[in-house]
Design a binder for this molecule. Structure first.
Ligand SMILES: Cc1ncc(COP(=O)(O)O)c(C=O)c1O
Length: 472
């Protein structure tokens, strides 16, 4: 007679492969090995293999150093995230102090940890004007968006309106790389290789003042784009729509600052049709735009907010989704679907939350939002000098979130041809002068740490002027 044990396959003999010798770290030819075994985000692996990488080894304040000891002014804050600057002693101390207690424990199964509890209280206190009362933690901006979309769908199920599932968003919006966020992101370059996307994600035209077929009047454009959103809602039927998500200032999709009437109009439309408004504040959160939160630029209170990056200046990966009291109330119901069947191993990671607590203290005490407003205004003013160049079509920004749009022809606004090496050469020329800028598509994005000074802006402009004079 068969026993339970007989259903198990016999163990295979263990084959141990001989181990390759691992070179000492100090002797390891790091730059030569880059891209042999590591693939980089948003890059063709072949190109990354050919182009020698810039290997950043250390940083301090607004500067970073490469392996050869060259110093660079960091005009990108990593990826618009190291807001308090590199190597900040207070953030490092908070992480080390937490490490000395415990590096990690899960927040599943009725367990928690002090830094995550304190951070949820601190965030909801900072967001009291928005009446955000609940925080759900994760490891980054894509996670935070995914969390928001799932909780938006769950919210409507708890409200007894299960048909409300669709997520509306903007063309040129960027909401991360997971399937939900990618499906909400409105530019085919991020999507085509991974289609088909999630059903029920629809993009509408956003207010892009420099390029739109309607008007050069910002307020008129705000009205037109709000009307387009309303038409799409009516077309899809409001009973099918869970939420509208957008960035208070569009970042990766082109540094697009909406006209001041757009967000208030969107809020009114969402209220009219019972649609949740999700502010993706992954870049704009915690001071970058010159206000502590991007939606405060527009005087608008969202229903949910997504954060990452500036929440702890990227010292340890962290994201968060915040929900308003009104939305969170749905989970008070006695409902078979009320459990949140969502969460990550790293939800509430103690090191990341400890870093966030120290980081937010610095942002608030040093009023880095106000510095971003002041230095950002000076930066934008100086960037306008570049408009004299035949290829600079537009400069724009909010706080220390700035962009330069390049064109092949200023009159027609024809963009640079795909593959035109002009901007890569411009970035290389700036780098040669010790200034790091970021090129995306036909734009340069400038998003330095929020501790940037007027002297740092002047250094950047000197490099940009010289690089523009040099780049063919
Ligand atoms: C507005 C916005 N949302 C989401 C994301 C995705 O964040 P992450 O790269 O941390 O997943 C980004 C990243 O830049 C972003 O800019």
């Amino acid at each position: 007679m068969a026993t339970a044990a007989s259903t198990q396959a016999p163990a295979l003999p263990l084959v141990v492969a001989p181990r390759a010798a691992v070179p000492e770290i100090a002797a390891f030819p790091v730059a030569d090995h880059n891209a042999r075994h590591q693939w980089h985000p948003m890059a063709d692996p072949k190109a990354a293999r050919i182009a020698p990488p810039l290997v950043i080894e250390r940083g301090d304040g607004v500067h970073v150093w490469d392996l050869d000891g060259n110093r660079y002014l960091d005009c990108t804050a990593g990826l618009w995230c190291v807001n308090v600057g590199h190597n900040h002693p207070a953030v490092k101390k908070a992480i080390v102090d937490q490490l000395d207690r415990i590096a990690y424990y899960s927040t599943f199964s009725g367990i928690s940890n002090p830094p995550s509890i304190e951070l949820s209280a601190r965030l909801t206190a900072m967001l009291a004007p928005e009446r955000m009362t609940q925080a759900f933690f994760c490891s980054g901006g894509s996670d935070a968006n995914e969390t928001a979309y799932k909780l938006a769908r769950q919210y409507w199920k708890l409200e007894g309106r299960a048909e409300k599932t669709k997520i509306l968003s903007l063309r040129n919006g960027y909401h991360g790389v997971h399937f939900g966020g990618m499906s909400a992101s409105g530019n085919p370059v991020w999507r085509r290789a991974y289609e088909p996307l999630m059903p029920g994600f629809i993009q509408v035209e956003g207010p892009y003042l420099y390029r739109n077929p309607w008007t050069e009047d910002p307020l008129k454009l705000g009205e037109i784009c709000a009307a387009l959103l309303e038409r799409e809602i009516q077309h899809q039927h409001p009973d099918t729509i869970a939420a509208f998500v957008a960035e208070p200032v569009q970042g990766a999709g082109g540094l697009i600052v909406p006209p001041p009437n757009y967000w208030p109009l969107v809020r009114a439309i969402c209220d009219k049709y019972d649609i949740l408004l999700i502010a993706d504040e992954v870049v704009t959160g915690f001071g970058r735009t010159g206000r502590m939160f991007g939606c405060r630029l527009w005087g608008v209170v969202p229903d949910m907010m997504c954060f990452a990056k500036g929440i702890n200046s990227a010292y340890v990966p962290l994201g968060a989704t915040l929900l308003s009291a009104r939305v969170a109330a749905a989970w008070e119901r006695d409902h078979p679907l009320a459990a949140i069947m969502h969460g990550y191993t790293y939800t509430g990671h103690p090191l990341a939350c400890a870093a966030a607590l120290a980081n937010l203290r610095i942002v608030e005490e040093e009023r880095l939002d106000e510095n971003a407003a002041r230095i950002g205004a000076y930066f934008l003013d100086r960037l306008s000098e570049l408009l004299a160049h035949p290829k600079v079509g537009d400069v724009r920004g909010a706080g220390l979130m700035l962009g330069i749009e390049f064109v092949a022809d200023k009159k027609t606004k024809a963009p640079l041809a795909p593959g035109d090496p002009f901007l890569e050469r411009l970035a290389a020329a700036c780098r040669k002068r010790g200034v790091l800028i970021r090129v995306t598509g036909h734009r340069v994005i400038l998003s330095p740490p929020l501790v940037f000074t007027a002297a740092n802006v002047d250094t950047t402009l000197d490099a940009l002027h010289a690089a523009l004079a040099e780049a063919p």
